[in-house]
Design a protein. Structure first.
Length: 217
């Protein structure tokens, strides 16, 4: 059964602490924090202070998964560590191999899990050099920047390649998918080998969030 990580981007920001708790009470395994800077993606969401507030609201135990869609994750990640997130994922499109290796290493050294994300247009081969040193691979199933977009089924080919690479190389990373996930495509994602479903609109905007999470699983 996959884990479900509801994306707080689709929540009611005027009561974000209660919304974070509502997700865990409804059976969320993780909570997904989408960080956007208006440069790497064409939207601005929230930053480390809001993440720290969410941590305070949910208490020390729940797993907070930060998806950085920002330039210079090497410069900013420490602020998110300090805010209390458990995992920091950033995009492979952001730098050369040295930059990516080094930033992944520094995130782990700071005591949290690391992850690498790839956009729908980025080929799987681009992340291969890093798969031996990540805790999470995030396969984007929409062009990042906004919630509520349509799922792009063609990215499942990359999930299948990642599953094969992981078993051939005895690697340990988890595979996460993000964008347009709902009951209509969760089964396809599971069959392809996804470990964690990120879902914003289909969870936070559902009439019954617990039922929506159960349906995804
Ligand atoms: C997109 C974000 C996603 C998004 C998911 O840039 O990374 O996490 O909020 O939202 P839905 O599930 O509504 O596509
Ligand atoms: Zn995300």
């Amino acid at each position: 059964m996959p884990l479900v990580s509801p994306s707080l981007l689709a929540s009611d920001f005027s009561r974000i602490g209660e919304e974070a708790n509502r997700a865990f009470e409804a059976g969320a395994d993780w909570l997904h924090l989408d960080i956007m800077d208006g440069h790497f993606v064409d939207n601005i969401s929230y930053g480390p202070d809001v993440c720290a507030f969410v941590r305070k609201a949910v208490g020390p135990q729940p797993f907070l998964d930060a998806h950085l869609m920002i330039e210079r994750p090497d410069h900013y990640f420490e602020r998110f560590v300090k805010a209390g997130v458990n995992l920091i994922c950033f995009h492979v499109e952001l730098g050369d191999e040295y930059y990516i290796h080094n930033t992944l290493k520094r995130i782990r050294e700071a005591g949290v899990k690391n992850g690498i994300a790839l956009n729908p247009a980025t080929p799987f081969e681009k992340v291969v050099p890093f798969l031996g040193e990540v805790d999470l691979l995030l396969v984007m199933s929409v062009v990042p920047g906004f919630g509520g977009q349509s799922f792009m089924p063609e990215v499942l080919e990359k999930v299948k390649k990642a599953v094969a690479w992981r078993s051939e190389n005895n690697a340990q990373f988890l595979i996460q998918i993000d964008g347009g996930i709902g009951p209509q495509n969760a089964q396809l994602c599971k069959e392809a080998g996804v470990d964690i479903l990120v879902a914003g609109s289909s969870t936070f905007k559902a009439a019954d969030m617990a039922q929506a999470i159960a349906d995804l699983k």
